[in-house]
Ligand binder design. Sequence first.
Ligand code: CMP
Length: 143
Amino acid sequence: MERTFLMIKPDGVQRGLVGEIVRRFETKGFTLVGMKLMAVSRELAEGHYDVHKDKPFFKGLVEFIVSSPVVAMVWEGEGVVAGARTLIGATNPLTAAPGTIRGDFGMDVGRNLIHGSDAVETATREISLWFKEEELTSWTPSL
Ligand code: CMP
């Protein structure tokens, strides 16, 4: 089954939006298979955003991610990579559609509340970067 990596960034945690954000993925029907609140090391933040290392915002982005705890998660479901991106909305919250997480709660591209993997291959890389295999639980909702 397809999996994606999601990270509620420091602004999402500090603004008390963890429950609201998790609720949106749960009620959509995706399955939570891993979750942890964690302080992020500089090495992990830089590795995660390696693709942006030459961008002018890279340094500030890394500083922000290591500044206070994030919630790292893995979600499972058919089409979950693209489906999660749809629920999250456009990168810039100012242009993100109402009804999306960023569209409803964000104002600033550098404080856009949540990261979601942009492709299945990226999800595989990000999940193995952030989680050990034993931290993930495969289960099928049956109730
Ligand atoms: P994310 O989905 O985590 O992927 C890369 C991040 O870079 C993005 O969300 C934004 O938070 C950040 N980002 C992208 N463009 C800019 C920008 N122009 N200024 C600051 N941060 C940016």
